[in-house]
Design a protein around this ligand. Structure first.
Ligand SMILES: Nc1ncnc2c1ncn2[C@@H]1O[C@H](COP(=O)(O)OP(=O)(O)OP(=O)(O)O)[C@@H](O)[C@H]1O
Length: 260
C-alpha cells in the first residue's frame, strides 16, 4: 500500500508541527524517519493512521484521499503495551477479536503464525516470562496479524540491549521480505535507519516543511556487516551533516544564553 501526504499542515493549538508537507512511501518500501526529539515524527504517524486529521491537505492511501484511515495501517508503539494477564496467543489475538472474529478463530490464526515469528514455544507464556526481544516479536505479530499492508514502527528496539537489537534488526528485515509489506520506522539510531531502509527521511526543521531524503544504495539482503561499507559511511556522514546544521541555531542561542 502506498501512503502519501499532499501539502499536509497540522498544528497543536497555536504550535505548528507540519506545514504543507509532501511525503510519499511506496508500496513494499522500507523507509526510516529520523529527526531530533520533539520535531513531529510521532505526529506524522498519528496523522497517517487516522488518530489525527490534517488541518490542511490530504493523506492518500493507494493514490486516493482517505479520511477514514483508522485500522488501515498497523501501529507498533515504542512501549510494547502487552497485557500482563494475557498469554502470547491471547495478546496477539486481541486486534482480531476487536475486528469481530470469534476468540477461537482469532487464536487459530495466531497459532498458525507463531512459528514464523519465532514464538512457537511461547504460545502460553505470559509477557513477564519473555525477554525484551521476544516481547517485541509478540508486539510485531500483533501488529502484522491485522493484515494491514503498512506497518508503522515507533522506535521498536530502543529499550533492547545491543546484541538483542542487532538480532531484531536482522529478524525485522527477514520478516519484511517474507511478508512483502510497507514499513515506516522511526528511530534515533542513524546506523539502524540506514541498515534497514531503502530511503532515510531526515526531519530537521520545525515546523516540518520538507524532508531531506537519502536513498540507501546498499545491496539486499543486508546484515550488520554492511555498516563497514563505504556507501554506508558516506550516507551516515551526509545525514549527520543535515542534523548538525539544523542544530546550529539552537546551539548559538544556547551559547549566547550561557555568556550572558
Ligand atoms: N497531544 C499534544 N498536544 C500538544 N502538543 C503536542 C502533543 N503531542 C505532541 N505535541 C508537541 O508536538 C511536537 C511534536 O511532537 P512529537 O511527539 O510528534 O515529536 P517526536 O519527533 O515524535 O518526538 P520524540 O522523538 O521525542 O518521540 C512536540 O513539540 C510536542 O511537545
Amino acid at each position: 500500500m502506498k501512503l502519501q501526504f499532499s501539502q499536509v499542515s497540522f498544528s497543536y493549538g497555536t504550535q505548528p508541527v507540519l506545514q504543507k508537507l509532501q511525503l510519499q512511501v511506496n508500496s513494499g518500501e522500507f523507509v526510516s524517519l529520523v529527526g531530533p526529539s520533539g520535531i513531529g515524527k510521532s505526529t506524522i504517524f498519528q496523522l497517517a493512521n487516522g488518530l489525527l486529521q490534517p488541518d490542511e491537505g490530504t493523506i492518500e492511501l493507494d493514490g486516493k484521499p482517505e479520511q477514514n484511515r483508522l485500522g488501515k495501517l498497523a501501529y507498533m508503539p515504542q512501549k510494547d503495551l502487552l497485557l500482563n494477564w494475557r498469554t502470547v496467543v491471547e495478546n496477539a489475538a486481541l486486534p482480531l477479536e476487536i475486528q469481530g472474529l470469534s476468540r477461537r478463530e482469532a487464536h487459530k490464526r495466531v497459532i498458525e503464525q507463531l512459528d514464523r515469528f519465532g514464538l512457537a514455544d511461547w504460545a502460553d507464556a505470559y509477557p513477564e516470562e519473555l525477554s525484551g526481544g521476544m516481547r517485541q516479536r509478540v508486539s510485531f505479530l500483533r501488529a502484522a496479524i491485522t493484515g494491514c499492508r503498512v506497518l508503522l514502527l515507533d522506535e521498536p528496539f530502543s529499550a533492547l540491549d545491543g546484541i538483542t537489537r542487532v538480532d531484531m534488526q536482522e529478524w525485522l528485515l527477514s520478516m519484511w521480505q517474507t511478508l512483502g509489506i510497507t514499513i515506516i520506522l522511526i528511530t534515533h539510531d542513524i546506523d539502524e535507519a540506514i541498515l534497514l531502509a531503502d530511503r532515510v527521511l531526515v526531519l530537521s526543521e520545525q515546523p516540518i516543511r520538507q524532508v531531506h531524503e537519502f536513498n540507501v544504495a546498499l545491496p539486499r539482503p543486508r546484515t550488520v556487516g554492511n555498516r563497514h561499507l563505504p556507501q554506508f559511511q558516506q550516507t551516515s556522514e551526509q545525514i549527520w551533516r543535515v542534523l548538525r546544521e539544523a542544530r546550529q541555531p539552537a546551539t548559538v542561542r544556547l551559547q549566547r544564553g550561557d555568556n550572558r
